[in-house]
Design a binder for this molecule. Sequence first.
Ligand SMILES: Nc1nc2c(ncn2[C@@H]2O[C@H](COP(=O)(O)OP(=O)(O)O)[C@@H](O)[C@H]2O)c(=O)[nH]1
Ligand SMILES: [Mg+2]
Length: 289
Amino acid sequence: MAEVLAKDFFKSSGTVQKLGVSGPPGAGKSTLTGRLIGHYRSLKLKVGVLAVDPSSSISGGAFLGDRLRIMEHATDPGVFIRSLASRGMIGGLTHTIFGAIHVLEALGCDKIIVETVGTGQDEVDIASVVDTVLYVTTPAMGDEIQAMKAGAMEVGDVFVVNKADLAGRDKAVSDLKGALGLGQSAGQAPKAWEPPVVATSALSGEGVAELAETLDAHWDHLKKSVEGRVRLKIQHSTELRFWVHRHVVKNALDRVTDKILEELVLHKMDPATVGRKLLTAGKESLPRY
Ligand SMILES: Nc1nc2c(ncn2[C@@H]2O[C@H](COP(=O)(O)OP(=O)(O)O)[C@@H](O)[C@H]2O)c(=O)[nH]1
Ligand SMILES: [Mg+2]
């Protein structure tokens, strides 16, 4: 049943822009997401929002705050919000994220925003889920920019210096531009899309309209170049990988019997041999109970 539905939902996939909002905790991702929702709603666009919950209790408090900021749009019939627990999946992105995106696509959302906790490898993973990655930082995060992992630099399509109402905004913007420029080695052909840096104050709304324009420009760029198709293929291959991983692992592990475990204990077999049999051979070749 779920798969029949999923097949239907998938039909609308890939037609609207999926935005990923990434960056360190506290940068203002949720506040900015709330602003973007407001901006798109003022244009009468339908917006889908996925918040990937950090499942750890440490960030639980922060998430409650997130909820409030995004939830002020929860009663708007043009906004669909869903939060997903990350359940310790690699990079914090849950395997249900693609399914949730396809539902939002099928509901006719014009923009889909995915907010993730931008720690560790997250920045890299969000890039295989969405079309446009926003990397949010702040003037107070100067050191963060210095130390920013090459991964985040490469993955961001649009960089945001949020909290532009705070001191140090211009320096942060130029530092970030400098750091982005450094990433491009001499002699390399200029990229078709140079990641712009936009200053915003999610608190006041300043810069949000400009940010939205920049995001639209990136979507135009994707549609007009091969890059859009390249990204869709990355997304589909990631979704496929999640699906196959889940099903193959489950099928194989469902066939582990106590008899097999006994044989491992007695050293009649070794884990690699059993593993290979679980993946390749039918049940017949494995001891059963
Ligand atoms: N001064 C200032 N504070 C902001 C701005 N945007 C967000 N904040 C505050 O920064 C804190 C973290 O914001 P939040 O959106 O939860 O960050 P997230 O962890 O990246 O989602 C909150 O207290 C916000 O009110 C901004 O543009 N200016
Ligand atoms: Mg947040």
